[in-house]
Design a protein around this ligand. Structure first.
Ligand code: AP5
Length: 238
């Protein structure tokens, strides 16, 4: 077998550097039920970005009964955060995969300042950084109504709402035809705890990203298509 010439190696190196320079990473933040998953799917499709939802990754591990899933289960059922080291390791693995070479839209990660620091370090290793952090702002009362009427699809985590975004056929995902179910952590008492955990542990990220000039706030109480339009405008302006 012939070794690649040094010229060839130089070219591939140059190419991969150009790829890395093009990589764009966006972080969607907002309280539980703000519409992060709904918007992430729309925006990721529009810009050809990979959608990385830490909640979906945990739920996939839960479904497959992996060690990680077993570890996360109790925390998720109580509406608490899974410990930082576990969460950071899981996201790091996902971001390292080749499909993220052009960037990704992160939804649900980071959720603590320690996770945000870890994200900055891992992106730096890929010669990249966080481009923009849209905050989807929605008051607590609206969140409870949204989560109590939410139906999620088993296959790919598409989300619907019985009043605000009903599927064409009740109980079936419009997009992939899989079964819709109600998440265990969408019970009212768990939702209240998730909102409390957001306020205490995740809301500090607003200031964290504001001080780095990366935060842009979008009114998440508008209809889904208007929120998408506002997010796109923010991304294109960045
Ligand atoms: P995760 O899955 O990330 O849950 P979350 O942040 O609580 O967010 P949700 O998925 O509940 O809401 P969303 O903002 O995506 O809203 P959606 O688009 O569905 O996390 C679950 C758990 O995993 C955590 O509690 C934790 O245990 C663990 N975890 C995950 N990440 C972690 C991390 N980084 N660190 C530690 N632990 C972690 O919309 C909600 C509903 O509203 C839907 O029915 C939708 O149709 C409807 N809707 C959306 N937009 C609108 C609109 N504009 N108008 C009307 N209705 C709307």
């Amino acid at each position: 077998s012939s070794k690649p010439s040094s010229k060839f190696t130089a070219t591939t190196k140059a190419l991969s550097k150009a790829d890395k320079e093009m990589a764009k990473f966006y972080v969607l933040i907002g309280p539980p039920g703000a519409g992060k998953g709904t918007q992430a799917k729309i925006i990721a499709d529009k810009y050809g970005l990979v959608h990385i939802s830490s909640g979906d990754l945990f739920r996939e591990n839960l479904k497959n009964e992996t060690e990680l899933g077993k570890l996360a289960q109790g925390f998720m059922a109580r509406g608490e955060l899974v410990p930082d080291d576990v969460t950071i390791g899981m996201v790091r693995d996902r971001i390292s995969r080749p499909d993220c070479k052009n960037g990704a839209l992160l939804d649900g990660f980071p959720r603590t300042p320690a996770q945000a620091d870890a994200l900055a370090v891992m992106l730096k290793e890929f010669d990249s950084k966080v481009e923009l952090v849209p905050l989807i702002d929605v008051p607590a009362q609206v969140l409870i109504d949204r989560l109590s009427g939410r139906w999620s699809c088993r296959a790919q985590g598409h989300v619907f709402h019985e009043k605000f975004n009903p599927p064409q056929v009740a109980g079936i995902c419009d997009i992939d035809g899989s079964e819709l179910y109600q998440r265990e952590d969408d019970q009212r008492s768990t939702v209240e705890n998730r909102i409390k955990v957001y306020t205490q542990q995740t809301a500090p990220l607003i200031e964290y990203y504001q001080s780095r000039n990366l935060l842009v706030t979008v009114d998440g109480t508008k209809p889904i298509d208007e929120v998408s339009a506002d997010l796109q405008a923010a991304i294109e302006k960045a």
